[in-house]
Write a protein that binds this ligand. Structure first.
Ligand SMILES: Cc1ncc(COP(=O)(O)O)c(C=O)c1O
Length: 414
């Protein structure tokens, strides 16, 4: 069989919907300056689907730093991987400032968050070691674990009894192989908004010998007193042995970083394949990230504004009878029941008749019959945006319950 013919018959779980959804539900184009009000298909919409948590994407000082960095260095500089020819004082300054911010001895920059995580996992363990990881881990953790040549054990999401069981198995296993154990979880789970039970995990360090790696993509900048992340929030930052943050969310940039002790970061510098064999972050990104970090550290009101909107939105939704799960972070899932066609009709109605643009999650990402509207509040939303959204959600929920988004009903109305 020809490979291309085979692929044409098997577009993949998301690709199978491309005919109907490309450009609208998938690969939509949001236009205009990044913020809560952007254009979609020519009309202004109230946008709740960008991880621009602190509103930095369109901050005047950020735009200025990005533009100055690009004017001075262009996008090409520096050429090559960090190890060969792509290092600079700015890269090292950013690493040292980030290390101070998260309270770790040292930091290494990653030129993409996802690749950085995958490659760091691959780099940290060998075939004698065992990885124990949360069942609802992000794709970058799952893919990093896939590269691992030794044993891996998954524990039930955030369930400490299950983790303990897997740690017992892992401990027996490394007793035979002479390896070590790495536990991996997330600070904030990006779909549900639930925090990883970092406190519970570090408690198990009293009983088991393992190192903890936390992907805090959604926690950096949003969680903890200073915004240093979910470890700070739960008072266990010093017990997180390896900490990952991305620039793609609160920092409104691209790239990421990993913080740890000096010797582990040095080990990562000389062994992480995605960094050794790939070009380093362009200078404007690095200069821009330094500015973003400075703003996060010196303007706590950015995070305060975010949480003002988070509280108004989450309390308002709960008071209106919505199920928002057990989020304890800005990520706000609105959980409804319905079929995939109902979910798409509801989303269409929200976008076209209420001007509200949010992301929608359906089967196979979540169980059949469940619909999640995923709302990401930011520091630049207003309380009016919140009120408008809750009212719209009440109306579409009523229509959903009354069967108005049922395909037969829609056909009757046409
Ligand atoms: C939990 C988590 N880890 C890692 C990533 C990847 O980060 P980046 O977008 O910087 O590649 C994401 C982004 O979606 C994420 O949500």
């Amino acid at each position: 069989m020809d490979l291309f013919e085979k692929i044409a018959k098997r577009p993949g779980p998301l690709g199978q919907h491309a005919d109907r959804s490309h450009g609208y539900y998938m690969f939509p184009k949001l236009e205009g300056p990044i913020g809560p009000h952007m254009k979609f298909m020519g009309k202004e919409r109230l946008v709740w689907s960008l991880n621009n948590y602190l509103g930095l994407a369109n901050h005047p000082e950020v735009l200025k730093a990005d533009a100055e960095g690009a004017a001075k260095f262009g996008m090409a500089y520096p050429m090559g991987a960090r190890m060969m020819s792509g290092n600079s004082d700015y890269h090292e300054e950013l690493e040292s400032e980030l290390a101070k911010f998260i309270g770790k001895e040292d930091v290494i920059l990653m030129n993409y968050g996802y690749q950085g995580m995958v490659s760091a996992i691959d780099c940290l363990v060998d075939r004698h070691d065992v990885i124990v990881y949360d069942a609802e881990s992000h794709a970058c953790i799952v893919d990093g674990v896939r590269l691992h040549q030794g044993k891996r054990f998954v524990y039930t999401h955030n369930n400490m009894e299950s983790l303990e069981k897997q740690l017992e198995r892992a401990t027996r296993m490394v007793g035979e192989t002479g390896g070590a154990i790495l536990v991996i979880t997330e600070g904030v789970f990006g779909m549900s908004g639930v925090q990883g039970n970092l406190k519970g995990i570090v408690e198990l360090k009293k009983k088991f010998n393992f190192r903890l790696f936390v992907d805090d993509a959604h926690g950096i900048g949003t969680m903890g007193k200073t915004g240093a992340g979910t470890g700070e929030e739960q008072g266990v930052m010093d017990q997180i042995d390896i900490y990952f943050g991305t620039f793609a969310k609160s920092f409104a940039g691209i790239g990421g970083f990993i913080g740890s002790s000096k010797n582990i970061v040095d080990f990562l510098r000389y062994n992480t394949r995605s960094q050794i064999f790939a070009k380093s972050l362009p200078m404007p990104m690095v200069i821009g990230a330094l500015k973003r970090l400075e703003l996060i550290r010196t303007h706590p009101e950015l995070k305060d504004n975010l949480w003002r909107i988070v509280h108004a939105l989450q309390n308002g939704l709960k008071e209106a009878g919505f199920n928002i799960g057990i989020t304890s972070s800005p990520v706000t899932p609105v959980i409804l029941s319905g079929s995939i066609p109902e979910a798409t009709a509801l989303t269409h109605d929200l976008r076209e008749n209420y001007g509200i643009f949010c992301s929608i999650v359906v089967y196979p990402v979540i169980p059949k019959g469940m619909i999640i509207l995923r709302i990401i509040p930011t520091a630049v939303h207003t309380l009016e945006d919140v009120t408008q959204t809750i009212q719209a959600f009440k109306e579409v929920k009523e229509k959903l319950t009354a069967g108005k988004y049922n395909v037969d009903e829609i056909v009757k109305m046409m």
